[in-house]
Write a protein of this length. Structure first.
Length: 245
């Protein structure tokens, strides 16, 4: 992976101004600070091939350093994508030469740039990883926003977001000529349903659709079971009844 910590062979990570007076920055716990810069703990020496940690390091500090490195690793994908776009736009006849002189793989950079173009800076979710954005990059812009907002709301991992996408959890509200369905429920019933939907990490509409589909499948299983168990003419009658229903 390209080095996002130090451009030179040996460098000491920048030392941000302490936010709590003990030499350990709290910038990464502040979303605004995360956007303004990605500092790493001043007690760490970051080199091209090593990370030197103090001999004595409290668990909380060691854990925080891991979070900092993770954020820098994730941010570097955006940085590289934006860097390539900049070069393509301003140096169309020379940017490939510059890329070839680095250790960066052009195919990987091109993928980063593709995602970066799909998400202008104003639409990137700081609380989600670059890979979250990769998962939805091929969708229409409106659908991208829907899925990313859900990932933020329900704190989905990249794997969970991918699973939801593949499972088709999105209700087919935008299907061609959808048939609207409406019904009335009491306030207590709605509250119970909403609590169940929140527990399932989906919207109320999605939950209702999922429960209705599950019930329909159960009924279908019963019908199929009856058909399989029925001999001869009884099977034909059961199939006819199922089709008529």
């Amino acid at each position: 992976m390209p080095n996002a910590l130090a451009p030179a062979d040996t460098a000491t990570a920048p030392s941000p101004r302490p936010a709590n007076g003990n030499g350990i920055t709290t910038a990464l716990h502040d979303p605004a600070a995360r956007q303004s810069g990605l500092p790493i703990d001043p007690s760490v020496q970051a080199r091209r091939t090593t990370l030197r940690l103090p001999e004595r390091l409290a668990y909380a500090d060691w854990r925080r350093i891991g979070t900092q490195i993770s954020l820098i690793s994730n941010a570097s994908s955006w940085w590289l994508g934006d860097w390539l776009i900049y070069g393509q736009e301003r140096y169309p006849d020379r940017y490939r030469i510059a890329v070839s002189e680095t250790s960066l793989d052009y195919g990987t950079l091109r993928n980063y740039a593709w995602v970066a173009r799909k998400f202008p800076m104003s639409r990137r979710r700081d609380s989600l990883s670059f890979q979250h954005h990769v998962e939805v990059a091929s969708l229409a812009e409106a659908d991208q926003d829907i899925w990313l907002e859900r990932a933020v709301r329900f704190k989905w991992s990249k794997a969970e977001l991918r699973k939801r996408l593949r499972a088709g959890a999105e209700p087919q509200i935008r299907a061609a000529n959808p048939a609207p369905v409406s019904f009335s429920i009491g306030s207590e019933q709605r509250q119970r349903w909403q609590e169940a939907a929140d527990a399932a990490q989906c919207t109320l509409a999605e939950w209702v659709i999922q429960v209705a589909d599950a019930a329909a499948l159960c009924v279908a299983d019963v019908v199929v079971g009856a058909v399989i168990d029925a001999p001869g003419d009884a099977m034909d009658n059961a199939m006819a009844d199922a089709v008529a229903a």
